[in-house]
Ligand binder design. Structure first.
Ligand SMILES: [Zn+2]
Length: 339
């Protein structure tokens, strides 16, 4: 009998990746190219078809059951439409699932990339065996996905769990979304790097500037310096951990997961931050929520790929009723709200 596998596509703003993934989450073939992000949807569909041919040639003889695609939001997973990802030029209401179905002759499921990564960690990674899980990725921004009672939480128009833009304070730098106080604006790797830059200056002899060769200090440099027990980096990482603890407390109260999984570049410092994150949760969460484990993601950069594969390898029914394709409008109510 031929081995069943899914073709998984991870459509990133800089890299387009494809893999053949079996039911154990094992990657049997892999290929990647730089995304032609400025060239429009047709060019990227051509790139996807070429990558599909490449991985098929690398692992021939598999029974491909379908195609799972992780793509940047906003997108409509039920209709299979990429609504208007800001990282891809010329994409507006593109019925990507239908286009790829016709092109590849296989059923296609589309999911937002953060949700795909959450699914990957849930099926095959740090959240394996949990019934409910919250996945948070802390890197340039903060994103995430929620598995609730055994299926991904979509909400209206697939927009649920926009974790990075929950308001957790009323001050600080303005978020990329335009408002002040978002989780992402205060606790992302970018925010951590910004605080580290403000606390140091080039050629000041600090460990942080030494690690960055007197250039821009990033969140990763702070983690690295904290590992060397640099006092300033330890203090910066403690502040970061307190903010993460505040955000995580909100997520525990909202979604009551069995486990909270943290990925992204800053998760490399999770072991260093764990005491302060746990203390913050103990201080702020109601008693019933305090014992939820906060663990590091296991799948790294492949979480989204294996998660996308799981969309077609394990259809949980939530995508079975794909809506007929129609115009989808996303009015920018936020602009109205903020005047
Ligand atoms: Zn925001």
């Amino acid at each position: 009998m031929r081995i069943e596998a899914a073709l998984a596509i991870d459509l990133g703003g800089t890299e387009l990746r494809a893999a053949l993934v079996d039911r154990d989450g094992k990657i049997l073939a892999f290929a990647a190219v730089p995304t032609q992000a400025q060239a429009g949807p047709d060019a990227i569909v051509d790139q996807i078809a070429a990558l599909a041919a490449t991985v098929h040639a690398e692992a021939p003889g598999l029974a491909i059951v379908g195609v799972g695609v992780g793509a940047p939001g906003p997108l409509d997973p039920l209709a299979g439409i990429a609504v208007g990802p800001p990282t891809l030029a010329g994409w507006q209401d593109v019925p990507l699932a239908d286009i790829l179905e016709r092109r590849l002759g296989l059923p296609v499921r589309l999911e937002n990339d953060a949700n795909a990564a959450a699914l990957g960690e849930w099926r095959f990674g740090a959240g394996h065996g949990a019934r409910s899980l919250v996945f948070v990725t802390v890197s340039t921004g903060i994103g995430g996905g929620v598995v609730a009672d055994g299926r991904i939480l979509h909400g209206r128009r697939g927009l649920a769990a926009e974790i990075g833009h929950m308001t957790i304070t009323n001050e600080g730098e303005r978020c990329v979304c335009g408002v002040v106080g978002c989780f992402e604006a205060i606790a992302s790797g970018t925010a951590l790097g910004r605080r580290a830059n403000a606390a140091t200056s080039p050629l000041d002899g600090s460990t942080l500037r030494r690690l960055s060769a007197n250039g821009e200090v990033t969140g990763r440099h702070v983690v690295e310096a904290a590992r060397l027990q640099d006092d300033l980096a330890v203090a910066l990482l403690e502040e970061e951990a307190r903010w993460l603890g505040v955000g995580f407390t909100n997520l525990l109260h909202l979604y009551s997961p069995d486990v909270l999984v943290v990925g992204g570049g800053i998760a490399n410092g999770l072991d260093l931050m764990a005491p302060v994150i746990e203390a913050t949760i103990r201080l702020r969460a109601m008693r019933a929520y305090r014992d939820v484990p906060v663990v590091q993601a296991q799948l790294g950069r492949h979480a989204g790929l294996v998660g996308a594969a799981s969309l077609v390898l394990f259809d949980d029914g939530s995508l079975a009723a794909r809506m007929p394709v129609g115009p989808s409008t996303f009015p920018d109510t936020r602009r109205d709200f903020n005047g």
